[in-house]
Design a protein around this ligand. Structure first.
Ligand code: CAA
Length: 384
């Protein structure tokens, strides 16, 4: 690891690594089969301070920096990518959005149970016809006295079924494009909000992904997050942080796949010697390790910029794009090193391969990251 980590950051990494490999890893393969939500493990993660890491201590968080957070998230992803995505959405797009844009009352009311992992947070931007282009969303909120009435359907919501609250973006002004979008905090159990279809996915199977349906759902006006019309900005700001988290998840899964491939190559013999002696395997391992390290530096660089309070949209998208594409290459290579056994459920590498597939899709596809990167480069007046 070339990035200069502080003693505290290294301590957090060691603590989470031990916990993750002792507690999280043991049930990951089983959960992949049963799709059982890791509720108990998330509670334990709350006790360890992993469910509100970057939230100030006055609101019950750990006040940790983003570098510590991505180290922790990578360690969780190493053992179970399903648990990691729940941790990621909860910490960054949910807790951080409330911390940055919430009123003091909202922070007191919602951040305490969230950081304790008494409740899990979800974030609902996507709709059936509006994924990459969220400005095209049609879920509405109409003011009615001291409430807003929400109507519409949200799709592909991580933790939709298991969340205690969800940040929902809605149109409060149909004509105002992105400035007509507002955000609300909606508590699970609010009349008029119901969980719809649960997806049957190829990976991340222990993390539920659902529709959330709003039918005349009355939400108190005091639950609006930020000001009216600020919903798109809140979502984009949250996704900048979230995208560093997807890089961290990618690196965790890639490291797990690479370690599994190295272990297998040292055990498996063909043509009278360990396959780790063959140059084809050694060079594949070299390429995997190089790509993982490159992604790690991009992740650290984006996280450190965020910690320094600099604008980091470009770096977050670069880290997300590279790391998510990297993990798909690395898990494919790790599976190839396992030969026929890699294609079976006897080895974890097939789970890593399936889990990795969504990383180039959620929280902005690779194509959207290229839009963000090229837009930022082309509008930068300091560049030629
Ligand atoms: N931070 C703050 N504000 C931002 C921003 C950012 N990173 N990016 C854009 N904005 C603001 C702009 O400043 C602009 O505001 P003003 O007019 O006030 O200046 C406004 O947003 C519109 O900007 P653009 O014209 O650039 O917006 P656009 O409509 O062209 O869209 C986009 C830009 C990058 C394509 C965006 O739509 C996008 O990121 N799309 C992908 C959405 C996405 O990632 N969805 C994933 C779903 S969430 C998920 O997967 C979670 C889960 O559960 C795992």
């Amino acid at each position: 690891m070339f990035f200069n980590l502080t003693d505290e950051q290294l301590m957090i990494q060691t603590m989470v690594r031990e916990f993750s490999r002792k507690v999280i890893a043991t049930t990951a393969a089983e959960r992949d089969k049963t799709k059982e939500f890791p509720a108990e493990n998330l509670k334990k993660m709350g006790e360890l301070g992993l469910m509100g890491m970057m939230i100030p201590t006055e609101y019950n968080g750990e006040g940790a920096d983003t570098v510590s957070y991505v180290l922790a998230l990578s360690e969780i992803a190493y053992s179970c990518a399903s648990t990691a995505v729940v941790m990621s959405v909860h910490n960054s797009i949910v807790c951080e959005s409330i911390s940055h844009f919430g009123t003091d009352e909202q922070k007191k009311k919602f951040l305490f149970p969230l950081t304790d992992a008494e409740i899990i947070g979800a974030f609902a931007l996507t709709e059936p016809h509006a994924g990459s282009d969220p400005v095209d969303q049609i879920t509405t909120a109409e003011k009615d006295g001291d409430h807003y009435v929400l109507n519409g359907t949200k799709r592909f919501i991580t933790s939709g079924k298991n969340c205690g609250l969800v940040i929902v973006t809605v149109k409060t002004d149909e004509k105002a494009k992105h400035k007509g979008i507002s955000a609300f905090i909606v508590e699970q159990g609010t009349p008029g909000m119901k969980v719809g279809h649960t997806e049957d996915k190829m990976g991340l199977r222990a993390s539920d992904t659902t529709d959330l349906i709003f039918e005349n759902c009355r939400v108190p006006a005091e639950n609006m997050l930020g000001k009216e019309g600020e919903g798109f900005k809140i979502a984009m700001t949250g996704l900048d942080g979230g995208r560093i988290g997807i890089a961290a998840q990618s690196i965790g899964v890639a490291q797990a796949a690479c370690d599994a491939a190295v272990k297998y190559a040292k055990q498996r013999s063909q043509f009278g010697k360990k396959i780790s002696k063959f140059q084809a395997i050694r060079f594949t391992i070299a390429d995997m390790v190089t790509e993982i390290e490159a992604a790690r530096q991009l992740m650290f660089s984006a996280a450190a910029m965020k910690d320094r309070g600099e604008k980091y949209t470009l770096q977050a998208s670069i880290a997300k794009l590279y790391a998510s594409e990297m993990v798909n290459r690395v898990t494919a290579k790790a599976l190839q090193i396992h030969g026929g056994y890699g294609f079976t459920k006897d080895y974890p590498v097939e789970r890593f391969y399936r889990d990795a597939r969504v990383f180039t899709i959620y929280e902005g596809t690779s194509e959207i990251q290229r839009v963000v990167i090229s837009n930022n480069v082309l509008k930068d007046k300091r560049r030629p």
